[in-house]
Design a protein around this ligand. Structure first.
Ligand code: F6R
Length: 638
């Protein structure tokens, strides 16, 4: 389920007889704006609202935070209405502009649509709709869904009823044609009082009121008004009016939702019931990886980037890749280096952005710069990208924030679709960055002919299995949490790994430093004997990321020897190993198993217990894991 991109809210209330609001029937706009305020954590690129009024749709939308929409509404108020939809966006297709903001209004100004998710087949649908002389004003996949819905709506007979049956039917038919992940909400001027929604792989909850009903991407969208909620199933359509809630499947067969009482307060609702954004974001990771993989191939099954302004011929002549990033993003880059060199046979360096710029690096027009940045605003990385461009290098940004500065100043962009990361320390963006960098590696290998299409398909198939495996790791977090709590007084932890496990070890150490303020270092296990082993004394905790014992040139035996070496000197060994690897048990105080995967994909799993460990240990020490001391989410100064 693509659960975190964009916040959506819908409302249908009762018009009071005397034209004023009653407790049972609020003004739609008030409900929508309150819901959007609570949902803003899901996205803040742009926001918009549409209400049904006087035979038409009245709509306002604005790029930037919700405050911009509030200011717009103060200048250009909307008419009174009891029905409407609202959206706060985290851009995936199309930059964060006024034009790309939701709602999208089509059908001669009568139909308003908002969307959360990614519509995978928007390109062929758009081509089809263009052939039928439809026009598009935005770059979004959402507008394609809106135009499709409008087109289907108009092809259905006018049944004369205001109850929305025609809009419901159109929504069912449109949903049947859409692939990917979507929650769609629609309001039509011909059916005032009705909001229709559909969902597939993307969340939608109904809020039950008295003489009013609500829709939200989660309960925080309506928590100020009701705690009675209905959970919708997969592939369902729901039609709400002030007094009715009707659920069907995509083919019109009646369906049931599950009613429940929300027992969270509003603040917990924003965190999906988790105590912190950090924990929520750690749990978002199956979706972050799945969403980053979604919709990345064209009609022929070939990989595509979001924006590519580099000629394929130029990419074929690249003789060096330099990955630029800072902090956690740089560790994602180090993981990616192993895969890119293996698949593309292009020498790949990973350099901290701030070091790169000041060392007179060798960069020319045959160098491809790949920048990794969650925020897209990290000044060190931005400056390094600018510098490389000045030297004639081509630049590709891997970024989580649509329309931010680094992608805007790069030649090509591949967005990670992790959704907004609110906790200061990065978790889900890291896994999404590795995923996206792998897609880029496969893209280059495809373009340059380093891999056969079948090999690329195999890697993509393995990647597709990763989200469920991350979910498995998350479901078994009890043991690692217990260990973390028992180690709250620890003063120093060492992390060891080899190959892709080395950057994972460094990332595990960084998380512990940042969240729990404990001294921690990540080392390449092979480096131990060259110095760090001197640190080992009785009781020193050492966390070891062990590679899979499967495979021909397995490093497994070497890492097991490293565990023995530190243990012989008194270390308390904590091991992350692959399911079924019994050989490590004899050498470890604690073993945490992760599901089987290929060597290159293992970091997408082995990182997760390390994040949980740091988060739980910091929580046990009573620290604020969302806002660790001295740190800022976007480092916009050098
Ligand atoms: C660590 C962390 C930082 C960032 C770094 C780069 O948890 O979040 O190390 O990874 O500041 O930030 P972005 O990716 O926004 O460029």
């Amino acid at each position: 389920m693509i659960g975190f991109m964009c916040g959506i809210v819908g409302y249908a209330g009762t018009a009071p007889a005397n034209g004023t609001s009653t407790p049972a029937g609020h003004q739609a706009l008030d409900v929508l704006m309150e819901g959007l305020r609570r949902l803003e954590y899901r996205g803040y690129d742009s926001a918009g609202v549409a209400v049904v009024a006087e035979g038409g749709i009245a709509m306002r939308k604005k790029a930037g935070k919700l405050a911009n929409l509030t200011a717009e509404l103060a200048q250009r108020p909307l008419p009174d209405s009891m029905t409407g939809i609202g959206h706060t966006r985290w851009a995936t297709h199309g930059g964060p502009t006024d034009k790309n903001a939701h709602p999208h209004v089509v059908d001669g100004g009568k139909l308003a649509v908002i969307h959360n998710g990614i519509i995978e087949n928007y390109a062929p649908l758009k081509a089809e709709l263009l052939q039928q002389d439809h026009t598009f004003v935005s770059d979004t996949d959402t507008e394609v869904a809106a135009v499709l819905l409008g087109d289907i709506y108009r092809s259905l007979p006018d049944d004369g009823s205001a109850d929305g049956a025609r809009l419901t039917r159109a929504m069912q038919l449109a949903a049947q044609r859409l692939e990917g992940a979507f929650t769609l909400l629609a309001a039509h001027a011909d059916h005032p009082g009705t909001v229709v929604a559909s969902r597939r792989n993307s969340p939608l909850v109904v809020g039950l009121g008295d003489g009013e009903n609500f829709l939200g991407s989660d309960v925080s969208g309506f928590i100020d008004y009701t705690r009675r909620a209905v959970e919708l199933g997969q592939d369902q359509v729901v039609t709400i009016t002030a007094d009715t809630v009707a659920i069907t499947d995509f083919f019109g067969a009646p369906a049931e939702g599950k009613e429940y009482l929300v027992d969270w307060d509003a603040a917990a609702a924003e965190k999906d019931g988790f105590p912190s954004f950090m924990e929520k974001e750690i749990h978002d990771q199956p979706e972050a990886v799945a969403a980053t993989l979604l919709g990345r191939s064209d009609l022929e099954g070939k990989l595509t980037l979001d924006e590519m302004r580099i000629d394929a011929d130029v990419l074929k002549t690249i003789n060096k890749i330099i990955v630029l990033a800072c902090g956690t993003s740089a560790y994602a880059g180090q993981v990616a280096k192993y895969a890119i060199e293996h698949w593309c046979r292009i020498p790949t360096e990973v350099e901290l952005s701030h070091e790169f710029r000041y060392r007179d690096p060798i960069v020319d027009d045959k160098t491809l710069i790949v920048s990794l940045s969650q925020s897209g605003e990290t000044m060190d990385t931005l400056m390094a990208v600018r510098y490389a461009r000045e030297q004639g290098a081509k630049t590709i940004a891997i970024c989580n924030t649509n329309g931010s500065t680094i992608p805007r100043e790069s030649d090509a962009v591949l967005y990670t679709h992790a959704g907004p990361e609110i906790a200061v320390a990065s978790t889900k963006a890291f896994l999404a960055q590795i995923t996206a960098a792998y897609l880029l590696g496969l893209y280059l290998a495809q373009l340059r002919g380093n891999l056969f299409q079948g090999q690329i398909k195999d890697v993509l198939a393995d990647l597709a299995k990763v989200p469920a495996k991350i979910a498995q790791v998350l479901a078994n977090d009890g043991q690692i949490k217990e260990l973390a709590r028992s180690m709250a007084d620890t003063r120093s932890v060492l992390f060891l790994g080899r190959h892709v496990g080395f950057p994972v070890a460094m990332e595990g150490a960084l998380k512990l430093k940042e969240l729990a303020y404990i001294h921690a270092e990540g080392f390449a296990a092979g480096e131990l004997k060259h110095g760090p082993i001197a640190l080992i004394e009785e009781g020193q905790p050492v966390i070891v990321v062990v590679p899979s014992p499967r495979g021909r040139d397995s490093l497994h035996a070497k890492v097991v020897s490293n565990i023995q070496e530190v243990r012989a000197r008194g270390a308390k060994t904590i091991v992350i190993a692959e399911e079924g690897d019994e050989s490590v048990r004899a050498h470890a105080e604690h073993v945490f198993y992760i599901p089987e995967t290929t060597a290159l994909l293992a970091p997408l799993l082995t990182t997760v217990p390390l994040q949980i460990f740091a988060c739980e240990l910091a929580t046990a020490k009573g620290y604020d894991v969302d806002q660790p001391r001295n740190l800022a989410k976007s480092v916009t100064v050098e």
